[in-house]
Every structure is written in structure tokens, then in C-alpha cells.
Design a protein around this ligand. Structure first.
Ligand code: NGS
Length: 401
């Protein structure tokens, strides 16, 4: 081989090495551009698909829908370059390999571990079972004063994350929680509200001796907002993680104002946001079930969840109220001095002109419009320190009349 050829080969080798190094650098920086930064800026957001994975649910309450996902599903590794059709179908939970399941309150392995020094050398570990948590009993008025100044989600995650388990989960350390509560928040566009909601709701709930997790269910762009469908999705997704006994459906713009307002589920469904400052702390009408409401898993399954037919503002909560009455369930409420809320300011949304028509027909559709008919894809999932985030695309559309 001539020396010219050898020099050429050396150049080629150097070029290949540089290309490899460049590739590694690109990979390194690409991994860091996940969706968390978009949330924390509370502004322009990039949406990445969850590892090219779509979790499909074709709404079967008993099976919680079918799940399709790729084999390579690390929660935090979001890569928008993979095509959706690369997903393979299996019945394994997409969260099974993540650390999320270990964070679930289902692992109630509480114990009092104390180390006793014997003769300065030997250590013995004694394990005592923890007692069941007691609901806090607060006799006097106990105002909860929310902090409604805006802070970035990054700061809130940094401040509250160490007090929580990832995904916005919490359980008391010194007792076994009696109530396992999924807080389901239907969401779109209101990043400032989300940040204020999270900074307050955790402080409020951590004192309540309950195990809980915050589920933020965000609807993708395209179709009008469907609050009820998002709550159905929240129920089905939450049930894939743990068999919660209580579900609290919570608007992101409402903050509780009294510590006696306990976030658990009584024997009857409970309407929680009874007295809102915007309505002069008065109940607007007797059958209202909007804002914040609590239902047991059984209540929710009995009525087939919410109707999916309400696109745009209004009526979906009244439809639930009708479903409850039809199932001989009655709406319970705390008194107005306890069930007090403040509503964060926002513009009034466009009301759905078909809501009354839907309400009239609603009662005949309970059996086939709800948990058992919802169709959706989860485009993206991420476990943030203060909440579990689901980016959901509805595969149902408004019925044309
Ligand atoms: C009723 C709506 C409910 C709504 C309630 C309070 O009129 O969905 O107002 O809304 N029912 C219908 O439109 C049929 S609020 O002002 O709190 O946003 O929850």
C-alpha cells in the first residue's frame, strides 16, 4: 500500500470517529429536552409522544381498556422521533417497569423500625405494626389560607418534591391510611392555575392522614374540551396503578379554604365545592355536582362514570347528578362554613349549546355512554415530583344532530 493510500485511510478513520462523537453529543442533548421544561416555563410548550408509544383504551370498565405500548417504555425517556405504529400490543402495564408502581400506596409496608444498641456492639431491629390512621378531628373553624402567587412549576416541584413520592403521591409515615384517594384533575391550557393548585393542594392534603396521588389529565388540541371524558380517563388510568377506594374530581381553579373539608369518600357521593367565593359562598342550586366532587370507586362504576357526550362548557356535572339519582344515590355535602373554596380568575368559557338537549336524553344513555364507551389514546405520560401527567387524545367526537 502506498503512503498516499495509508494517509487517505487515516483521514477516513478520523472522519468516522468524529461523526460518531457528534452523534453521541446529539443524543446526549436530545435526552434532556423533555416536556418538563415546557411545563415549568408556563408558556409555549412542545409536545413529545411518549417514546413513540400510544396507550389505547377502548373503554371497558372491567378490563380498564386495552393497552398497547412499545417494549422500550421508560417513563422519562420521551422521544418524538419514533412513529406511533412502532408500538406493539401487550397486556403488561406500561408502568410495570417504571419505579411508579413502587411508589403506590398499595405497598403499605409500614413498620416502626428501631435500632437498639446492646452492650455497645449488637444491633436488634424490632418491627411493630403501625396503627390505622384516624381522620383529623377539628372542632373549631380552621381556615386554610392558600398562597395564590404564581411560581414556576420547577420551583414548586423542587420545594414539595422531597415531601412527596414521585408522581405527586403521598401517604402518612406514622400510620396506615384508611383512605386511598385519587385526585383527578381535567386540564387544558391553564398552566398558571395548575402551578397555584399544586403549591396549595399538597399542603392542604398532607395534613389529612390519607394516601393520595394527583392525576392531571390534559386534553390534546383539536376538539372542544370534554371535562367529563377526561375524568373517565383519569379514573381508568388511575385504576391501572392502584385500586383506589375514593375518587375526587377536582377543577384546577378551585382551592379549599377550610381544613375540616376532608378529602375522603362517604357512603353517598359528596359534592365538595358548596360555597365558592365567586358565588358569595352560596350553593347555586340544589342538584349541582360540579367543581369538586367525591365518589367511591363503586359509585363511579355503578353509574358507568360520566357521559362522554358533553363537549364544551356545562351540563356534564348535571348529567352525573341525574345518574346518581337514577341509581338511588344522594348527594351529601359539608355545611357551607366547611366546604368553602376560592376560585382562581379566568375568562368565562363558551357554553355548549347542546347541553340541555344532552341532559334530556342523558338518562336513556347511562348504560352505553360512559366508562364503557370512552375511546382515547395517551400520547404522553410523565411522573413529575408533584403530579402524574397524562396527555390524552379523545377518539370520540361530538354527535352531529
Ligand atoms: C350550570 C351548569 C353546570 C355548572 C354550573 C356552575 O348552569 O354545568 O352552572 O358553573 N349547567 C348547565 O349549563 C346545564 S360555574 O359557574 O361554577 O362554572 O357546573
Amino acid at each position: 500500500m502506498t503512503s498516499k493510500k495509508i494517509t487517505l485511510l487515516r483521514y477516513l478513520f478520523a472522519c468516522v470517529c468524529m461523526l460518531l462523537a457528534l452523534n453521541l453529543l446529539i443524543d446526549y442533548f436530545a435526552d434532556k429536552s423533555d416536556v418538563s421544561s415546557s411545563f415549568s416555563r408556563l408558556s409555549l410548550r412542545k409536545v413529545y409522544r411518549y417514546n413513540g408509544t400510544v396507550l389505547s383504551s377502548t373503554g371497558n370498565a372491567s378490563s380498564s381498556g386495552s393497552i398497547s405500548h412499545s417494549n422500550n417504555n421508560t417513563n422519562n425517556n420521551i422521544n418524538n422521533s419514533l412513529a406511533l405504529n412502532s408500538a406493539s400490543t401487550t397486556n403488561v402495564s406500561p408502568f410495570a417497569n417504571s419505579s411508579n408502581l413502587q411508589q403506590q400506596p398499595q405497598l403499605e409496608l409500614h413498620s416502626n423500625n428501631s435500632l437498639n444498641q446492646v452492650n455497645g456492639s449488637k444491633e436488634t431491629i424490632t418491627t411493630e405494626p403501625l396503627p390505622l390512621c384516624q381522620d383529623p378531628v377539628i372542632e373549631e373553624s380552621s381556615p386554610f389560607v392558600p398562597n395564590i402567587t404564581l411560581e414556576s412549576l420547577d420551583v414548586i416541584n423542587d420545594q414539595l418534591g422531597p415531601l412527596l413520592e414521585p408522581g405527586g403521591a403521598f401517604k402518612p409515615k406514622d400510620c396506615i391510611a384508611r383512605h386511598h384517594v385519587a385526585i383527578v384533575v381535567p386540564f387544558r391550557d391553564r398552566y398558571a392555575h395548575l402551578s397555584i393548585f399544586l403549591r396549595n393542594i399538597h399542603k392542604f392534603l398532607m395534613q389529612q392522614r390519607i394516601a393520595y396521588r394527583i392525576f392531571i389529565i390534559e386534553q390534546t388540541n383539536g376538539k372542544p374540551f370534554n371535562r367529563a371524558a377526561l375524568m373517565n380517563i383519569g379514573f381508568l388510568e388511575a385504576m391501572k396503578l392502584y385500586k383506589w377506594d375514593c375518587f375526587i374530581f377536582h377543577d384546577v381553579d378551585l382551592l379549599p379554604l377550610d381544613n375540616r373539608n376532608l378529602y375522603n369518600c362517604p357512603r353517598q357521593p359528596r359534592h365538595m365545592s358548596v360555597a365558592i367565593d365567586k358565588f358569595n359562598y352560596k350553593l347555586p342550586y340544589r342538584t349541582i355536582f360540579g367543581g369538586v366532587s367525591a365518589m367511591t370507586r363503586e359509585h363511579f362504576l355503578t353509574v358507568n362514570g360520566f357521559s362522554n357526550s358533553y363537549f364544551g362548557w356545562g351540563g356534564e356535572d348535571d348529567d352525573m347528578s341525574n345518574r346518581l339519582r337514577n341509581a338511588n344515590l344522594f348527594i351529601a355535602r359539608y355545611p357551607i362554613n366547611i366546604a368553602r373554596y376560592t376560585m382562581l380568575k379566568h375568562q368565562k368559557e363558551k357554553a355548549n349549546p347542546k347541553r340541555y338537549e344532552n341532559l334530556v336524553n342523558g338518562i336513556n344513555k347511562i348504560g352505553n355512554d360512559g366508562l364503557n364507551s370512552i375511546k382515547y389514546d395517551i400520547y404522553s405520560y410523565k411522573s413529575y415530583p408533584t403530579f402524574s401527567w397524562y396527555y390524552a387524545e379523545l377518539k370520540i367526537s361530538e354527535q352531529k344532530s
